[in-house]
Ligand binder design. Structure first.
Ligand code: NAP
Length: 516
């Protein structure tokens, strides 16, 4: 693949601010402390962290004992949640602003961690840091959703001479569980909306790439957030079954696969949940579309972060009159994406997160070919963790519906393409998927677009651009197996606050003089 910069990838951090949360072993491996019970600790028991670039061990991360996690939740429940709630709202905003400034100032090591630990290109890593900064600064836009309602009592004889106020209050402790693909942004986003609404936050990052989150937590400490109000659970997902049922955790904000989300909900029991789950989006290309524009957008939607995005395009349905033309353009566009070491500017598609992820994608491609699919672009493995962007063509809809690539979410740069007769056929196919995150429509016919908007069972529709949740400026969230609830500036407040009704009775006090 060329442009391999060194034999063994190491994580080389330079910023003095982070120096006291890790030590460097002789072989260059960083040994990180974790932040629990209000302090940084080295537990002597570690998670191993490997770089997807070449599989090298890059870090060991301290795992807190479950006993210490329970002690931390005790303190968070008795002190931490009140430390947040008793911090006036405008001071909470100041803290988030300060955090944004710190993230901006100390970005270099975090960008490096996103490249080495998550396998992003430098441009993608910088984009994630910028998005996180912007999300923190947009906390002021969440505020308008922190409000309540006044209900007059005189619309029923039973409630005459009373009135009600329904207001929102924080749940207390929010558990934020995040996936590997946007470790920094998902953490910053969940922390922002939970904290601005007055909650303490337990952060559980993915074990695959926890380093960006560890660095973010150092910035939380530096910004001056109350120490009992946040903690880092650097433990394996499987160990979370001991934590999830804790009744003191009022809400769980989870982003990850559908299978894990279901397990989290089953284990956690009755609580408030926001679940941002699996996806993989369809793109519908209408016959009057601007072919070059659509093909360029779809190619980005397939390849961006090597297809490891919940909103990546995985299924392309094209109206027959433009099918061949669109397919040729898309193949040409895909040819522009070169796969290789993400540290090299020549490559725009880096590795998948693990060897297992490529194994899984290769099996799914084989399965599609066995069911009659034709590889019209890519399809090859390029190393343990690398693969070509891949396009698989079907002409028989019924066979396509049986493929693993249609039935499941395959987190890789692979998409299916199928010619369709009309939009009714597209609606039928899209709604047969168990996922319903987003859809993209490319074309001009407003009547067809309007009909698709009405019938597609998805959480968001992007017209003439590929789906991208970005900073949640527009709210996103799935239907069906893609989840429950919405993330988005303002909208997420609903997920981390509980309604509380207060009824004031003035019966017989002469406040009202109703004409009965
Ligand atoms: P994952 O394997 O489901 O893991 C997600 C998180 O859950 C990780 O922190 C993981 O920790 C933790 N976890 C695993 N088992 C758990 C358990 N039993 N209880 C509690 N937590 C547990 O997902 P992923 O592979 O990291 O992320 C990719 C998935 O996220 C895709 O399906 C993608 O579509 C989805 N996603 C959805 C959205 C959206 O907006 N809908 C956005 C981004 C990603 P460990 O790493 O320690 O196992």
């Amino acid at each position: 693949m060329g442009c391999i910069l060194m034999d063994n990838v190491i994580l080389d951090l330079k910023d003095n601010l982070f120096k006291n949360i890790y030590r460097v072993r002789e072989d260059g491996v960083l040994v990180f402390k974790t932040f629990i019970d209000g302090q940084w600790i080295d537990s002597g028991d570690y998670l191993e962290v490997h770089s997807p670039i070449d599989g090298s061990l890059i870090a060991l991360v301290s795992k807190p004992s479950l006993e210490l996690v329970h002690k931390t939740i005790d303190k968070m429940y008795s002190k931490g949640r009140w430390a947040v709630r008793d911090t006036p709202g405008d001071r909470r905003l100041d803290l988030l602003e300060k955090l944004a400034d710190l993230l901006s100032h100390h970005r270099d090591d975090i960008v490096e961690a996103l490249v080495i630990d998550s396998g992003k290109t430098y441009s993608q890593a910088r984009g994630e840091v910028n998005a996180s900064i912007e999300r923190l600064r947009k906390a002021k836009m969440d505020l308008r959703r922190l409000m309540g309602e006044y209900i007059p009592g005189d619309w029923s004889q039973l409630t005459l001479e009373s009135e009600g106020i329904v207001r929102k209050e924080p749940y207390g402790i929010v558990l934020a569980i995040t996936p590997f693909n946007y470790p920094l942004f998902d953490t910053a986003n969940k922390f922002t909306y939970s904290f601005v609404a007055g909650n303490a936050v337990l952060l559980k990052p993915s074990s695959l790439d926890p380093i960006p989150v560890i660095l973010f937590v150092k910035l939380l400490e530096e910004a001056g957030f109350p120490k009992e109000a946040f903690a880092l659970l650097t433990i394996k997902g499987s160990e979370m079954r001991e934590i999830l049922p804790d009744r003191r955790i009022g809400a769980i904000s989870f982003t990850g696969s559908t299978e894990t989300g279901l397990e989290v909900m089953r284990t956690g029991g009755i609580k408030k949940y926001v679940l941002e789950l699996g996806g993989g989006d369809p793109a519908i290309v209408l016959s009057d579309t601007d072919i070059e524009h659509a093909a360029g957008n779809v190619a980005v939607g397939i390849t961006s972060y090597a297809g490891q995005r919940c909103d990546a395009i995985k299924l392309i349905l094209v109206e027959k009159p433009v099918y061949e033309d669109f397919k040729a353009n898309l193949i040409e566009e895909l040819g522009k994406y070169k796969v290789g070491d993400p540290r090299c500017p020549a490559y725009s598609v880096g590795p998948l997160i693990s060897k297992h992820a490529v194994d899984n994608a290769m099996k799914a491609i084989e399965d599609a070919v066995n069911k009659g699919g034709k590889k019209v672009y890519g399809g090859k493995r390029l190393g343990e963790t690398y693969m070509e962007p891949t396009l698989i063509e079907f002409t028989d809809k019924n066979e396509l519906l049986k493929t693993k690539l249609f039935v499941d979410e395959v987190f890789a740069p692979v998409a299916l393409i199928l010619p369709i007769e009309n939009i009714d056929e597209a609606i039928g196919i899209v709604n047969k998927r168990r996922y319903g995150l987003d859809a993209a429509i490319f074309g001009k016919d407003i009547n067809k677009i309007r009909k698709l908007i009405r019938f597609l069972e998805v959480g968001a529709i992007y017209i003439n651009e590929y789906p991208r949740h970005g900073i949640g400026y527009y709210p996103f969230g799935g239907r069906k197996d893609s989840g429950i609830g919405r993330e988005g500036i303002g909208y997420s407040i609903e997920e981390v606050t509980a309604w509380k009704t207060i009824v004031y009775s003035y019966r017989g006090r002469g406040v009202w003089r109703y004409l009965l």
